[in-house]
Design a protein around this ligand. Sequence first.
Ligand SMILES: NC(=O)c1ccc[n+]([C@@H]2O[C@H](COP(=O)([O-])OP(=O)(O)OC[C@H]3O[C@@H](n4cnc5c(N)ncnc54)[C@H](OP(=O)(O)O)[C@@H]3O)[C@@H](O)[C@H]2O)c1
Length: 284
Amino acid sequence: MKVLVTGGSGFLGRRTAAYLEHLGWQVLLPSHGEVDITAEAELHEWFRRHTPEAVIHTAAVSDTGRCQREPEWSERINVGGSATLAKACREYGAKLLICSSDQVYSGSKVAGPHLEDETLAPNNVYGCQKLRAEQNCLKILPETVCLRLSWMYAKASLPNEHSHFLATLKGTLADESKPLLLPIYDRRGITDVADVVKNLPKALTLPGGVWNFGSENDSSTYDTVKAVLQELQLDAALGRLQKNEEAFAVLPRDLTMDQSRCKAVGILFPTTKEGLRSALKAEM
Ligand SMILES: NC(=O)c1ccc[n+]([C@@H]2O[C@H](COP(=O)([O-])OP(=O)(O)OC[C@H]3O[C@@H](n4cnc5c(N)ncnc54)[C@H](OP(=O)(O)O)[C@@H]3O)[C@@H](O)[C@H]2O)c1
């Protein structure tokens, strides 16, 4: 399979490319400088020359705070760039898989775990952009596979990448002078990026539509970490665990996703607690 991975220098793109190469796929990995997804004519010319059979689209402005501060610039990349890719895929007959986010469920009036066909009204710029990207891509190319990813972490960090939940958690666990302050009003799946990556080949074979794609979690971030530390009998760390009662207190957040649709086609993830437990255990 000849596949274009956009965002190949990013957290997910780098690991995706390495995994697919390991499977023997032909991975096309142009840098942002070589292929800017917002430059339509250049992108079409690139497709004409390289003819990918599939595209795994991980390029984005993934920093939610930056999207909030710079909505027009991030809209061009997150919404416009995704639509441009969908048009190129339609023209050159490539299967498209895009990375959406559990943030589309922010502002939801119903409690999680959320289902793919719920009515959505995201309450932040990033969530709105991800939802519009899904809608536009599906309109342009109905076979587009839109994966709603949860928050991701990596067991091992790579140079020059953004931080992630496990790295922050491990840093705090290692510094005995610091409290372990975690929100009680935030509930979301947190997934090992390796589990996302290894499920991507199968995801590419899915019919077009929207798929929740990550670890299930039924607890707040505070309760999740508490349960994991208890199971691992990390008593000193448990003693430093504190409830952050301010974060999300005004608008409690529940981004947890129901995975039934993926499970029905054999795409499986460990739960967030199972994943974090195995990641922390590997460090002990
Ligand atoms: N990380 C998470 O926890 C998480 C959770 C849910 C969903 N997601 C989604 O998953 C996908 C991957 O996230 P990530 O964390 O891997 O992102 P990331 O580390 O921030 O990487 C983003 C990538 O996009 C590239 N890029 C940005 N603008 C571009 C443009 N105009 N043309 C071409 N490339 C461009 C960047 O290249 P340069 O650095 O060279 O600009 C970088 O390689 C994104 O769609 C993100 O929204 C991520």
